[in-house]
Design a protein around this ligand. Structure first.
Ligand SMILES: [Zn+2]
Length: 137
């Protein structure tokens, strides 16, 4: 009996523990059913077998679903945006977050007034349609 049992990453230990218990219970049920079959008790044998198979199917289903969700959420990482602001003329520049960016860090010089520009905010973009208010002045 070969079981393709892949342990997913980032699964909560509690859930994993519960799944393990359920999995062991189902194996135990299957074993009991098999044992009852061998002992000639076909009726309770099949009951245990069905119970074990159902629990096993359920636990693998939950595991599969959780794994899918984990993978999905890992793929759906939202982009982080850095806003650069010129303190002198108020020019705002938005670009993707780069490694090493932090708030109040001097970055590039302003294309308008040649003054040093500074990172004013770093935020994770939310997948919603937002209205960006135009800066006046
Ligand atoms: Zn400027």
């Amino acid at each position: 009996m070969s079981e393709p049992f892949a342990t997913p990453k980032k699964l909560s230990p509690i859930l994993l523990g519960i799944l393990l218990v359920v999995f062991l219970l189902s194996v135990f049920s299957l074993f009991l059913g098999f044992d009852a079959y061998l002992g000639g008790d076909a009726e309770s044998g099949s009951t245990y077998m069905i119970l074990g198979a159902t629990t096993l199917a359920l636990s693998s289903y939950v595991l599969f679903q959780t794994r899918k969700r984990v993978l999905k959420s890992a793929l759906k990482t939202q982009p982080v945006t850095t806003t650069i602001l010129c303190e002198k003329c108020g020019l705002k520049n938005v670009r993707d977050f780069k490694r090493g960016d932090y708030i109040f860090k001097d970055v590039e010089s302003c294309p308008k007034c040649n003054e040093n520009m500074m990172i004013s905010s770093i935020y994770r973009e939310v997948k919603e349609k937002r209205k960006i208010a135009p800066r006046l002045g």
